[in-house]
Structure formats: structure tokens, C-alpha cells
Design a protein around this ligand. Structure first.
Ligand code: FES
Ligand code: FES
Length: 165
């Protein structure tokens, strides 16, 4: 019988070892090839601040930072984080969240961790606003509650104060 090597971990059986930097710390987890980063964060590592909404890449509730850019953790297989730098809501400067609370951006709070992660990316990269509006940059984060005005106002407050730079 012929055997084949499968370079794609999803074609192999069993957990694989994955090392990455999470909120400033090197960690190693064992993940099945089909495991989503969202589940590894919430269930394996106990970081429940990252929320699941749609589970299909549509709502942005599960947004985390991967190598400095927001990604949907429900769409990222854990093995793809190998060697990367991941940051979650647990690592965020509290000032960024404070501005959201002050502006009434949070009602049920389900979208808030994802909103704050995307906001933190904008705050660290204000040049993004040279080519896109704040509302365009935030379009991947859906909120069922606030109508977005509070979210935009909160980010504008943070930008004005220079939070998280
Ligand atoms: S839960 Fe990931 S985008 Fe909705
Ligand atoms: S505050 Fe409820 S979904 Fe945004």
C-alpha cells in the first residue's frame, strides 16, 4: 500500500502542537486540525472575553488581533496561528474600553470585545483613516443594540485622547 505525506495538517489525524505568542506570552497548545482559534481561546485557554456570535465570519464578535490586524477567530484554524502574535480583549488597554462605556457604546455587550479589538487596531494605525472612514473601518463589527453612534463616538474620543498608542 502506498503512503503519502500530507503537508496540510487538516489531512492528518490527532492533535498537533501549536506555539504562538498570546497577549505577550509564548504558549503551546495541542489542537485538533479542525479546532478554531475561538474555541482554543475560550475553552482550552479559558479566555472567555472573546465572544461567539454568528460563527460564520459575519458579525465580528470574535475579533482578535493576529500579527497586528483584526481577524475573525471563528474562521482561523488554531494550527494557522503557529509562530504568530495573537492579542485578545484581555490584553487591551482599559482606556480603550473606558471611552466606549463613556459614550454609551455598550448595551448587551456581546459585540463589545470585538468592537474594542478593531478600535484598538485603528487607534494604533490612525493612518487608516486617510483612506477609509471610521464607519467603513468598523463595518465588520455588527451591533444589534446601539445603532453604532455610541461606538463611533467612543472611538473618536479615544482618537482625540490618544488612547492605546
Ligand atoms: S462569531 Fe466570528 S464573525 Fe461572528
Ligand atoms: S451592545 Fe449588544 S450587540 Fe452590541
Amino acid at each position: 500500500m502506498t503512503t503519502h505525506n500530507h503537508p496540510n495538517p487538516s489531512a492528518r489525524q490527532g492533535p498537533i502542537e501549536v506555539s504562538f505568542t498570546l497577549n505577550g506570552r509564548e504558549i503551546t497548545v495541542h489542537a485538533d486540525p479542525a479546532d478554531r482559534l475561538l474555541d482554543t481561546l475560550r475553552h482550552t485557554l479559558g479566555l472567555t472575553g472573546t465572544k461567539e456570535g454568528c460563527g460564520e465570519g459575519e458579525c465580528g464578535s470574535c475579533t482578535v488581533s493576529m500579527n497586528g490586524k483584526p481577524v475573525n477567530a471563528c474562521l482561523v484554524p488554531t494550527y494557522q496561528t503557529r509562530g504568530s502574535v495573537i492579542e485578545t480583549i484581555e490584553s487591551i488597554d482599559p482606556e480603550t474600553l473606558a471611552a466606549m462605556l463613556e459614550s454609551g457604546a455598550t448595551q448587551c455587550g456581546a459585540c463589545t470585545p470585538g468592537v474594542v479589538l478593531t478600535a484598538a487596531w485603528i487607534l494604533k494605525n490612525p493612518d487608516l483613516l486617510n483612506t477609509r472612514t471610521l464607519r467603513e473601518l468598523m463595518a465588520g463589527n455588527l451591533c444589534r443594540c446601539t445603532g453604532y453612534d455610541g461606538i463611533i463616538e467612543g472611538i473618536e474620543r479615544s482618537l482625540a485622547r490618544g488612547d492605546a498608542r
